[in-house]
Write a protein that binds this ligand. Structure first.
Ligand code: AQP
Length: 327
């Protein structure tokens, strides 16, 4: 058995992963694979809490697997699996439902935002989403969960669920720590809201370089720079915040000085960012093509991941049931 500390994290199968997902979470997951016992799951059961098309879901799950493996999740060094292939998650979710007061669920920011968007279809599943997320984490007794800042509230909730269970039935679940990646909250191309698939303000990790340029060209910069000759303030510019993710320190200094002194324009600045971003994304796009050419290897990795995950999950679940008095 591994003596390393354990982490668990999940990603929704809701389209291509974007650079917010990558720099906020996935890049960190890749780094942590060597120091932690890592479990990563494609959370298809979370994806069905909002309106979705069942005909499209299988492809989206598949795309999420390919994208994440291409981005560096290596099945030889981590356990990667599809959430619904480990039914113990939903069984533990039911047990945790029964220790969670209803009132707290309605106060979750993500529930408020998503139920606003859903309007006609606010399901009990959407309300209970954080309990399933707590089950995803606690079933592996994860020590920590690496996520972007948007998930901080749900993680605090998971810790509360663990505390409640432990207080009522005995010390059983560790309280998982939150590990925030270096791109804690990456803003969308609109510069106003978090980069997000549903807001359609994203740069996809495996999008073609030309398509990414077409999105970048009109993207918002420092609004005070109306003409190329106007000096700008990099700290007001969303593209400058993107540079910090991919541009070396001396390049950052040059761009900041060029923007303040109006010696480079916003298009020049975007071109440099595009080139530097492609240095990160080109190999990911190429690896994805290789993986897509060998679907049997991806399927095997997911099957093996589910087998490994189920073994751990079953043991935790049985322990929790015993503590709760279930025979
Ligand atoms: N903009 C972001 N900046 C930093 N981190 C982010 N994450 C998501 N968006 C950003 C982190 O990525 C991981 C996987 O998240 P997810 O699959 O739950 O992504 P999401 O929240 O579904 O992504 P979207 O695009 O925001 O989806 P919608 O629009 O459906 O809500 C998580 O660790 C998350 O923190």
């Amino acid at each position: 058995m591994s003596t390393r500390k354990r982490i668990l994290s999940g990603i929704q199968p809701s389209g291509t992963i974007h650079i917010g997902n990558y720099f906020g979470a996935v890049e960190n997951w890749v780094r942590l694979m060597d120091t932690y016992d890592c479990f990563f799951t494609i959370v298809d059961l979370h994806a069905i809490t909002v309106t979705y098309d069942p005909a499209l879901l299988p492809q989206r799950v598949w795309d999420a697997a390919l994208d994440n493996m291409a981005a560096g999740l290596d099945p030889a060094r981590c356990t990667i699996f599809i959430q619904s292939h480990v039914p113990e998650h939903t069984e533990l979710c039911w047990l945790l439902n029964c220790v969670t007061p209803l009132g707290e669920l309605g106060r979750m920011t993500q529930f408020k935002e998503k139920s606003e968007r859903e309007r006609e279809n606010v399901t009990a599943g959407l309300l209970n989403y954080p309990i399933l997320q707590a089950a995803d984490i606690l079933i592996y007794k994860a020590d920590a969960v690496p996520v972007g800042e948007d998930q901080a509230q749900h993680l605090e909730f998971s810790r509360e669920v663990a505390r409640r269970f432990n207080n009522r039935f005995g010390d059983y679940f560790p309280e998982p720590a939150t590990l925030i990646g270096r791109g804690a909250r990456i803003m969308g191309l609109d510069g106003d809201t978090k980069m997000s698939k549903s807001m359609d303000n994203f740069i996809g990790v495996t999008e073609a370089p030309e398509a990414i340029w077409e999105k970048l060209r009109p993207a918002k910069t420092d609004e005070a720079r109306k003409r190329r000759t106007d000096p700008g303030e990099p700290d007001r510019c969303n593209i400058f915040s993107y540079h910090k993710l991919v541009t070396p320190d001396d390049g950052i200094r040059d761009i900041a000085a060029g923007c303040r002194g109006a010696t480079i324009g916003c298009i020049d600045c975007k071109k440099i960012f595009h080139a530097n971003l492609m240095r990160v994304l080109d190999p990911i796009r190429e690896r994805r093509q290789d993986l897509a050419a060998h679907p049997e290897l991806v399927r095997e990795a997911l099957d093996e991941g589910a087998r490994r995950a189920r073994k751990v999950a079953r043991e935790t679940l049985d322990g929790a049931k015993k503590l709760m008095g279930l025979l």
